[in-house]
Design a protein around this ligand. Sequence first.
Ligand SMILES: Cc1cc2nc3c(=O)[nH]c(=O)nc-3n(C[C@H](O)[C@H](O)[C@H](O)COP(=O)(O)O)c2cc1C
Length: 353
Amino acid sequence: MSTDTVEPTQQAESTEQFETRKRDHIRLALSDDHQTHSLSALEEYQFAHEALPDLNFDDIDIKAECFGQTRETPFFISSMTAGHPDAININHTLAAAASARGWPMGVGSQRRELGDANAHQEWQALRRQFPNLSLWGNLGIAQLITSPLADIQKLCDALEAEAMIIHLNPLQECMQPEGTPNFKGAFQALRKLCLHLPIPVIVKETGCGFSTKTLIRLAQTGVAAVDVSGLGGTHWGRIEGARATGDDKRARAANTFKNWGVTTVDSIANAHTANVPFALFASGGVRTGLDAAKLLALGADLTGFAQPMLAAAMNGEQAVIHLMDALAYELKTTLFCTGCANLQALKENDVWL
Ligand SMILES: Cc1cc2nc3c(=O)[nH]c(=O)nc-3n(C[C@H](O)[C@H](O)[C@H](O)COP(=O)(O)O)c2cc1C
């Protein structure tokens, strides 16, 4: 995510500092201390068990539509890392698995590419190896506000991106010593991007979700999809708090805000209240196929996984594929045990206890 300085007295971040920060993020994201699954509220939703489903498990269909394409599953890899040597291996592993299973993959923030003419090579190499992979670009809102449209187009071109994600992370920008908590002009910048970019624009949070009010405003920007990425999984207040050693003010604030956010479940409910016209993706604390089923039943079109994919990627491509298959199996099991032949039925039938 973003890296500019907040305080004028601070030096611009060096390449070495950038890479250390990205490594810290990966290491800290893997720790349970920075997860909020107990706050996800997913346990409050229970499906009614159907003991007599009139179905053959093998016929259960979990295909989903997204941006005019039919996908084998309603799953995607949520944006994580980019622009440093460790990211190349991680992204290669994730891309290989995503390509094998037909999952779209959001890339990590492409901010580095805005100022480094060589940074896009990471993606060109990946694209050559996985020509059919659906890649979604990624940039923070603070960088969108200050970047010409032509630069955003270049980021998309480097990836041959199917869609462009703009991430919103106000809490992290406040907590991060290198943060850019200046979102002035964000709404107009999003509107302009949606108007001119020839591919769909996705707006996402990074673990703090969305209120009804914000979703209503986003409906006026022309975004194609919102990934609510709510509270219930990786929490950036906690991660930046763990990085804030020697900075009492930020360490204290990170503790104060350690449970901050709207849950993924509530964010999806808010989108219904707002009657939004865009596609709805649910990430943030989705850890099992059953979690995903709940969010799909509540109205999400796709569900995304970040931290679990990162953890699996540490053990290689086969571990990621194994997790992907387990998630699909759990989703199919939920459909069978609720008597739903497909995701449409899961949304339309009376499935709750
Ligand atoms: C190591 C790591 C790096 C991340 N970097 C980005 C990023 O660059 N851009 C972005 O939009 N989200 C980023 N995220 C946020 C995730 O896409 C996701 O919104 C969040 O982690 C919640 O999902 P989870 O609970 O499944 O981890 C990152 C997450 C992790 C774990």
